[in-house]
Ligand binder design. Structure first.
Ligand code: ZN
Ligand code: FE
Ligand code: FE
Ligand code: ZN
Length: 264
């Protein structure tokens, strides 16, 4: 197995030294890991949402150093990048070109200008209405995929984090989104962090995963670890779920290409 979604203290809301994440990974059945900390935010972010621009070179350099320190465990240089709007795509693209990333996660945390996964914004949820947030969210995911900025779409139904459930049927929206993923050639992740949130479910749901499988979308696993002992968390359950739904492998990224597979 592999864990491609690992944060670091550089982002301001994770704990532990980067070495500790790798050391913990070595106690787990992982053949490879990748760091994917939050890319500095071009707009809308609070200082504690992501690393500042000044830290990005240090982040890339620290991952390279860790490779030397832990030669037995492949360590990829990934990043989790936010999608904002078509006007911001060029700036995101040039930021991503500054470092030799092995993969780029595309994340939608914002609709309009607020982060749907920040508990401080629960009032915005109420004001906007759950159905509208979901509509905006899926439209953003499609724009993100269409931008061709990303290799992997992260936590693809993040909107459920606090247990908000739409009353409208979103199956058409979801299928349109999965088709956009297919056209963009992106992979998706099973992100186990949802199990540690109020919703107590992995991202994405079983129904979405079934659809992703039907469209033959490549799969990775991510713990979204913000502490060393979260690396690889609940991957046995993720593995069982993926197998049950007919997935047979995870994909391995290098220099922004799928170069290998890892059987489930
Ligand atoms: Zn984070
Ligand atoms: Fe995220
Ligand atoms: Fe993350
Ligand atoms: Zn995340």
């Amino acid at each position: 197995m592999l864990d491609y979604h690992i944060h670091t203290a550089l982002c301001g809301h994770a704990s532990g030294a980067m070495e500790e994440y790798v050391e913990f990974a070595q106690t787990q059945p992982l053949r490879e890991i990748g760091f994917s900390d939050h890319l500095p935010m071009l707009k809308w972010g609070q200082p504690e949402y992501a690393m500042p621009f000044s830290k990005l070179p240090e982040y890339a350099r620290r991952v390279q150093e860790l490779r030397g320190m832990f030669p037995k465990l492949p360590i990829k240089l990934g990043i989790e990048a936010d999608y904002y709007s078509p006007e911001d795509e060029a700036a995101t693209r040039s930021l991503l070109a500054q470092h030799p990333f092995d993969y780029v996660y595309g994340s939608v945390h914002f609709v309009e200008d607020w982060a749907i996964d920040d508990p401080q914004n629960l009032r915005r949820w109420e004001q906007t209405g759950v159905n509208t947030v979901y509509e905006l969210y899926f439209a953003q995911l499609r724009r993100a995929a269409n931008s061709r900025l990303f290799d992997i779409m992260s936590h693809t139904d993040l909107a459920k984090k606090f247990g908000h459930r739409p009353t409208k049927d979103f199956s058409e929206d979801i299928e349109k989104t999965v088709r956009a993923y297919k056209d963009a050639g992106v992979a998706v992740e099973i992100n186990t962090s949802g199990l540690r949130r109020p919703v107590k479910e992995m991202y994405p749901s079983r129904d979405i995963l079934r659809l992703l499988r039907r469209y033959d979308i490549p799969l990775v696993f991510g713990s979204d670890a913000h502490a060393p002992n979260e690396v690889g968390r609940d991957f046995a359950s993720a593995n069982a779920l993926a197998l049950e739904l007919g997935f047979v492998e995870l994909v391995v990224f290098e220099q922004r290409k799928i170069v290998d597979t890892d059987p489930l």
